[in-house]
Design a protein around this ligand. Structure first.
Ligand code: TMP
Length: 207
């Protein structure tokens, strides 16, 4: 039987460079002869991407925090079923651009849902599965939002207030500090190469 693959998650606020670094990590692991799947949340499978479309759209009646959280976890359940679990079980490494910590940071700290409600959804959906490493790309929200703006069309999260993004950042840092064996905080204001080197070192440590 194959050894289970490595499950690595990149997290952080808007414009922290997660997608760029997720691709670089994928290339770096693949160059070491590993079989790697790069994916993202919300999304990653056709069904989960369809739910992503619902989440990121602007609805005339707005979207309350409970609906947003439930849709995030519906997308996550579909993603786990359709991609993450089968890949890990086949011995492939999975690099995921955002995962459950984003729900604690955005729907919890950002929107104000109590953390125990997110934890209940986490237990129901993940059934004990945990990433091996969570890499938190930390950046001042002023910088991150400015970077996100240069990418063009913004989604409903990218137009949130600085206060919202400060709560998101604080939640990521707090979660990372509570579990330093699984989380690594990387200063995303450093030059790209320096960030990439720190991320690789953090992943290498669990190979
Ligand atoms: P992306 O821009 O990283 O692709 O993600 C889309 C947005 O979804 C992003 O602004 C953060 C948000 N999000 C949550 O609010 N909760 C979650 O659980 C996830 C995975 C993403």
């Amino acid at each position: 039987m194959n050894k289970r693959g490595l499950f690595v998650v990149l997290e952080g606020g808007e414009g922290a460079g997660k997608s760029t670094h997720a691709r670089r990590l994928r290339d770096w692991l693949a160059a070491r002869g590993r079989s790697v799947v790069l994916t993202r949340e919300p999304g990653g499978t056709p069904l989960a991407e369809a739910v992503r479309g619902l989440i990121l759209r602007d609805w005339p009646e707005g979207m309350d925090a409970a609906t947003e959280a439930l849709l995030m976890f519906a997308a996550r359940a579909a993603h786990l079923h359709g991609l993450i679990r089968p890949a890990l079980e086949a011995g492939k490494d999975v690099i995921c651009d955002r995962f459950v910590d984003a729900s604690y940071a955005y729907q919890g700290a950002g929107r104000g849902l109590p953390a125990e409600r997110i934890a209940a959804l986490e237990r129901f959906t993940l059934q004990g599965l945990q990433p091996d490493r969570v890499l938190v790309l930390d950046l001042a929200p002023e910088l991150g939002l400015a970077r996100a703006k240069t990418r063009g069309v913004e989604n409903r999260f990218e137009t949130e207030s600085l206060e919202f993004m400060r709560r998101v950042r604080a939640a990521y840092l707090e979660r990372a500090r509570r579990d330093p064996r699984r989380y690594v905080i990387v200063d995303a204001s450093q030059p790209l190469q320096a960030v990439a080197a720190e991320l690789q070192a953090a992943v290498e440590a669990c190979l």
